[in-house]
Design a protein around this ligand. Structure first.
Ligand SMILES: Cc1cc2nc3c(=O)[nH]c(=O)nc-3n(C[C@H](O)[C@H](O)[C@H](O)COP(=O)(O)O)c2cc1C
Length: 244
């Protein structure tokens, strides 16, 4: 079973690659409606694929594991895609799994193109291409068992708590703005994994004070009408090739 959560397609691409090697159910955490427990077959590993979020995993993923039960999970392999550095992402994910009574995951970091355009610039296309090739090469090594799991050092874990604290500041939806190119297609409303956005008088309005801050609305808007304060003005948008 492969559970994934992806905003701009990096983690989705990884989940698809895993499925080629380990054919099994592919489950989008953002779309699953079931309240039933997830039951694994004898000997079946549970794969978790998600993105690094301020050196941890996002609130949506935490909440998903708080709300769902799992049966017969003996081995968990987690691949966390990131823009550059996983930090304490392994420790955060494992704390969360422990709360659910799940076994510790073998966590692998997979650097891909960063979609965090609030603090970074998007790399040029040629660099992105190199990054995808390198990520695919590393993913193959991970799946072939040729790479040891990532383990953050004690100091990184401590510092990680501070880094992840920033997430609670940036999760505020107030800075989101919509410019005049918006034509009320409603894609952002449909895409938002936590239903934070509504169309009011043909304009997206963030109804919740905080969201998952996944930036799916911003990156997937067909006319790039959505910005986060001044941070993203005139910056390029991103999604993994073929994932719109
Ligand atoms: C809210 C947020 C926080 C992020 N924090 C980090 C981070 O701390 N370190 C890092 O290397 N990448 C960070 N990133 C970049 C993503 O982890 C990376 O681009 C990931 O591959 C995106 O996966 P996706 O395309 O499946 O959504 C962050 C992205 C978002 C949206």
């Amino acid at each position: 079973m492969i559970l994934y959560y992806s905003s701009t397609g990096n983690s989705y691409h990884v989940a698809l690659e895993i499925q080629k090697k380990y054919p099994g159910e592919l489950i989008d955490m953002a779309k699953t409606k079931t309240e039933e427990p997830f039951v694994l077959a004898e000997g079946e590993p549970l794969f978790i694929v998600t993105f690094n979020c301020f050196w941890g995993v996002s609130e949506f993923v935490e909440d998903f594991f708080r709300r769902h039960q799992f049966v017969n999970v003996k081995r968990i392999l987690a691949i966390i895609t990131c823009g550059a550095y996983l930090g304490s992402g392994d420790a955060h994910l494992n704390r969360m799994l422990r709360v659910n009574g799940l076994p510790e995951a073998e966590v692998y970091d997979l650097p891909m193109v960063t979609n965090y355009v609030i603090l970074h610039e998007l790399s040029p296309f040629e660099e992105q291409q190199k990054c995808f090739n390198e990520a695919d090469r590393r993913l193959k090594l991970i799946l072939d068992g040729c790479i040891s799991p990532y383990r953050s050092a004690f100091r990184t874990k401590l510092f990680g708590k501070l880094v992840h604290f920033l997430y609670f500041i940036f999760r505020h939806t107030k800075p989101f703005t919509v410019n005049d190119s918006c034509f009320a297609c409603g894609k952002c409303v449909r895409d938002c994994p936590i239903k934070a956005i509504e169309l009011v008088n043909n304009r997206p309005v963030w109804r919740k004070k905080t969201c998952d801050h996944c930036l799916k609305c911003l990156h997937h808007c067909p006319v790039a009408a959505i910005n986060y304060g001044h941070f993203t003005l005139k910056k390029k948008r991103y999604h993994y090739p073929g994932n719109s």
